[in-house]
Write a protein that binds this ligand. Structure first.
Ligand SMILES: NC(=O)CC[C@H](N)C(=O)O
Length: 387
């Protein structure tokens, strides 16, 4: 039974936006409520990879593609041990899995891992609202009895302080360093190990996706992953041939309090090649003297065209970011290398005179037509050149 006015009789989930807008639907996964920034992702596939991408900490994801659940969940596809996104919003109720690789159903997986989902939402209307007014703060509640205190949910959404100024990398980073040698998935052998690595790479974990670490291993790297708050001395103690800066959640300017000084010190005291992705890109830009800005609704999808300004080629990329590097803030000696063909947002930089570069998009998850491994291979080549 629902309580209060205007709550549909069969509603078991409520999505409340900070401006008071309410959406009702059918809950799935865990019960209870959560509060976060609400974004939308336009990818047609990959809901499990999206939900387990640590960059989504502090965000509820609206899936504009209505069909979720059909591939089930498969442990091999997790980007980290558990889902990190706070919740998921979809148009249709999840369908049962129909996939030989599936090991569990999406709804059971969300339930055992404490993540809330809602189906039956008009995601077109919601997406328009997000595009129009910017990513809102939202509370999502799931109650099988349909009891919702909508005023309290709106108040919770209003009270959420937002992602600006929020350091979330410290929440999702690893507690201790570890070695990584698993390579990209290939048919028919699946994941294989890198048995003859050529380059020692320290990868800073700000919320790293496993598939990025796999790409490093596949490019010939012997990868040591270090926690986000590692100092330049911690990094250099491993005697690396190159330093990698991972993706991650939250505001790069906030996470930059410890990471940016570390990156600056690596740049100032060594000549090591440095490669960054997404949050790593944003923090590298900050370390080089640039600025980052909060976007209206960000880029979250798997078909975003990005132009490589060095080659003129356009790559169709996977994206997940709500902040961006301000290209106008880049100091001399730092070159813009990639731009979004949607809205001209900066998508890549490099130092003019050193193999220090980064991209905003996720090459490890990009669908093509180019082989996104080229960025990892460029990193390996830069380490080769110094050997
Ligand atoms: N995927 C990422 O690393 C995201 C970076 C940053 N948290 C942003 O939202 O822009």
């Amino acid at each position: 039974m629902s309580t209060g006015n205007n709550i549909p009789e069969n509603a078991t989930a409520c999505l409340a936006l900070a401006d008071g807008t309410l959406f009702f639907g059918r809950g799935f996964g865990a019960t209870g409520d959560c509060v976060a920034e609400l974004c939308f992702n336009t990818a047609m596939t990959g809901y499990q990879e999206i939900m387990t991408d640590p960059s989504y900490a502090g965000q509820i994801v609206t899936f504009t593609f209505p069909h979720v659940g059909n591939t089930g969940v498969t442990a091999e596809d997790d980007e980290t041990a558990d889902p990190v996104a706070a919740g998921m919003v979809v148009k249709w109720d999840p369908t049962a899995s129909s996939n030989w690789r599936a090991e569990a159903e999406l709804t059971d997986w969300l339930k055992t891992r404490g993540r809330i989902g809602v189906g039956g939402i008009d995601t077109r209307r919601l997406t328009r609202a997000i595009r129009h007014a910017g990513a809102p703060h939202a509370a999502l509640a799931h109650d099988p009895d349909g009891n919702f205190d909508t005023d309290a949910l709106v108040a919770k959404a209003k009270a959420f302080s937002g992602l600006e100024g929020l350091d979330l990398a410290k929440d999702v980073t690893c507690a201790q360093s570890y070695k990584w040698d698993e390579q990209r998935w290939a048919w028919p052998e699946g994941y294989t190990r890198q048995e003859a690595p050529k380059h020692k790479v320290v990868a800073l974990d700000y919320g790293a996706k496993r598939n990025i670490l796999r790409c490093l291993a596949s490019a010939g790297c012997d990868v040591t992953v270090l926690p986000a708050n590692s100092t330049a001395a911690d990094v250099l103690a491993h005697n690396p041939d190159g330093v990698f800066l991972s993706n991650g959640p939250g505001d790069p300017a906030a996470t930059g309090e410890y990471a940016v000084p570390m990156i600056k010190e690596i740049l100032n005291t060594t000549e090591l090649p440095v490669f960054g992705i997404c949050l790593g890109h944003q923090m590298l830009a900050l370390a080089l003297g640039g600025k980052t800005i909060k976007m209206n609704h960000g880029h979250h999808g798997a078909n975003h065209p990005v132009k490589d300004l060095d080659t003129g080629k356009v790559e169709i990329t996977s994206m997940n970011h709500g902040f961006a590097v301000d290209a106008d803030s880049l100091p001399s000696g730092v070159v813009q290398t990639h731009v979004s063909l949607f809205d001209a947002t900066n998508c890549g930089i490099r130092m003019a005179d050193r193999p220090v570069y980064s991209v905003q998009y996720h090459p490890e998850a990009s669908p093509g037509p180019m082989d996104s491994m080229y960025l990892f291979e460029r990193f390996a080549e830069a380490m080769d050149a110094r050997a």
